[in-house]
Write a protein that binds this ligand. Structure first.
Ligand code: ARG
Length: 307
């Protein structure tokens, strides 16, 4: 996990006020519309067990540094024109900072704003879910309960919207289960939203958000090695431009970035990724997440978009 600094990359601070932050659009994509994000301060963040291959019991988290890095993410989002909301962290919930996982957040014409609560694989993470469900309930989001039984879905770790809200891509195999995704697919089909299941095969890409990042309605960043061949073939069909990350880029969370009003927030940058972003009209902004990577997460994992 060594940063790859480039002479001409731009840090969050360099970009303040240099890019316009459009405030209204004739047709809104999910990325344009979601100008609000939910984050959880890392007050109790720690690595205490091994939920994924990045985690090691010997890891020492520098909590003060984690706090500064989290603040850096808040600033980068703020400078990109996002309004950052927060949820109160709970003691003993060391992964609660990963705000992408506890619920799936949706919006659908005729339904309005809704969430689907996750059923997380790990007991400590499952205890985070009610805090998030309450947060959304108090703000008027509809709760769409999917009867998952013993199956699992893990929110936006595995469930990602196409930027035009036309479908949801659903990874399974490590955290979300195939049958969990199938139950989610049935529930979404009742709301008129198609779901594309994708089988994941690389343990270092245990969540879809580590190997799949929509850049706009036509272009996507993917790491092909993370998918079963038939899943990768099906995914390709939905995109005009499929940009392939290397294993090294994906495993350093470069596909776990945040698209924010013409910027791409990323923990690292290679010349290859920089070229892709240039082609897609996105300006890279490096936001350090080294402490959170010890837990197997980076930028995308640390927020939920709020429609
Ligand atoms: N330690 C956390 C876990 O293993 C990291 C979650 C990362 N989140 C994500 N959306 N990929 O559950």
């Amino acid at each position: 996990m060594i940063p790859f600094p480039l002479p001409n990359h731009r840090h969050a601070a360099d970009l303040s006020s240099s890019l316009p932050c459009p405030s209204s659009h004739a047709s809104l994509t999910s990325q344009q519309m979601a100008k609000r994000v939910l984050l959880c301060p890392p007050a109790y963040f720690d690595v205490v067990d091994q939920k994924n291959p990045y985690m090691s019991k010997d890891s020492r988290v520098d909590r003060a540094l984690a706090q500064r890095q989290w603040q850096g993410l808040c600033s980068a989002l703020d400078e990109a024109g996002f309004h950052v909301e927060t949820i109160t962290p709970a003691p003993g919930l060391e992964d609660m900072v990963f705000a992408a996982n506890q619920v799936f957040v949706g919006f659908q014409e005729g339904v309005g704003k809704f969430i689907v609560p996750s059923r997380m694989v790990h007991a400590s993470r499952q205890r985070e879910v009610p805090y998030y469900v309450d947060w959304f309930r108090q703000r008027g989001y509809k709760i769409v309960e999917v009867d998952l039984g013993v199956e699992h879905i893990e929110g936006h770790g595995d469930l990602l919207w196409h930027p035009d809200w036309s479908r949801i891509y659903a990874g399974y195999g490590f955290r979300s289960t195939q049958a969990g995704v199938e139950k989610f697919r049935e529930a979404m089909s009742n709301l008129g939203i198609p779901v594309v299941p994708l089988r994941l095969v690389d343990p270092y890409c245990y969540h879809l958000d580590t190997c799949f990042c929509p850049l706009n309605e036509e272009g996507v960043l993917v790491y092909p090695g993370a998918y079963a061949p038939e899943s990768f073939a099906s995914l390709r069909g939905y995109w005009k431009r499929v940009h392939e990350l290397t294993a090294d880029e994906a495993h350093r969370f470069m596909g776990n970035g945040i698209v924010a009003n013409g910027r791409y927030l990323t923990p690292y940058l290679t010349p290859h990724l920089e070229g892709i972003l240039r082609e897609e009209g996105l300006a890279p902004v490096i936001v350090d997440t080294s402490e959170f990577e010890k837990s197997g997460g980076s930028l995308f994992c640390m927020k939920a978009f709020l429609p």
